[in-house]
Design a protein around this ligand. Sequence first.
Ligand code: IMP
Ligand code: MG
Length: 337
Amino acid sequence: MVCRVVVGGFWGDEGKGKIVSYLALRDKVKIGVRGGVGPNAGHTVQYQGETFKLRMLPSAVVNPEARLLLGAGVLVDPSRLLEEVKALKVRGRVGLDPNCAVIEPRHVEADRTGHLAGRIGTTGTGTGPCNSDRVQRKAKTAGEIPELKDFLADVASEVNEALDRGENVLVEGTQGTFLSLYHGTYPYVTSKDVTASAVCSDVGIGPTRVDEVLIVFKAYVTRVGQGPLPGELSWEEAERRGWAETATVTGRRRRAAPFNLELARRAVMLNGATQAAITKLDVLYPECRGATSYESLPQEARKFVSRVEEALGIPVTLLGTGPETFQIVDLEREKGA
Ligand code: IMP
Ligand code: MG
């Protein structure tokens, strides 16, 4: 039995969706549960020729056996959730904690004006204003919304009872460590803590229940919105290197910088990470594209991985070699085999 928490190591967009989709299938998880902030996140999953850009549902959606839950700490935008549930045809599998706070149109409006839109450069999805109402005890909860009635579930009990039965549970965080309200580059951060401890709290599991904390890094660093980014490259240079990305949620350009060992080390500390994944290795080393074994990686790429592993002091267990779920090198499995 494994209770694994997946978090982002930089400023989000590390490729958590891809990693979670892979683990959900590999580990035959019974529950994929999402913690984190809410629909400000966009987790991309490419599986069986289809691309899902998930804003609300856990990326474990690719495993038809998995129950899909949203923890009480998560903010829910009802229309987005209903849209995703319909598009992915997963109605019977989705459970929502009645204590999830609900994003209303006025939250979205407030997030798209004033200093949140201007100075901070938020995603404009209403999450900050909604969390602010929540703290003031003015937010509506999922339990009060008739359209959400069919989805309500005691998420904390479902997760803890699954663990009691010895089932695999995959807990999916959102954003990245340096967007944490507490540990990030304040005030250029999101509206709550997003480190592993917070993600557990969102879902309703205590720290003693967690077996592994997997931290996901991209092979280079990106950031959208305002705030510091050490080693930031010009857009032209990012384009030249093939690191020029646009954001899933807002369509904005992602600012880019080289992999940062110092930040990565700090992120491992803040999350108590026990293992790491590195995604988009194929963007740094194109010969890696689609590779599924460590042996087949070029020496340069292996050197990069070893250097990161050494600096972090935890094993690098997964390497992303392309956008699809199974374009991955699984070192945990290779070593176990
Ligand atoms: P908010 O979370 O929408 O309030 O935005 C606050 C900051 O976090 C902005 O810089 C956003 O661009 C950033 N942010 C929030 N969610 C994500 C995400 O999922 N990926 C990348 N950046 C994010
Ligand atoms: Mg994203």
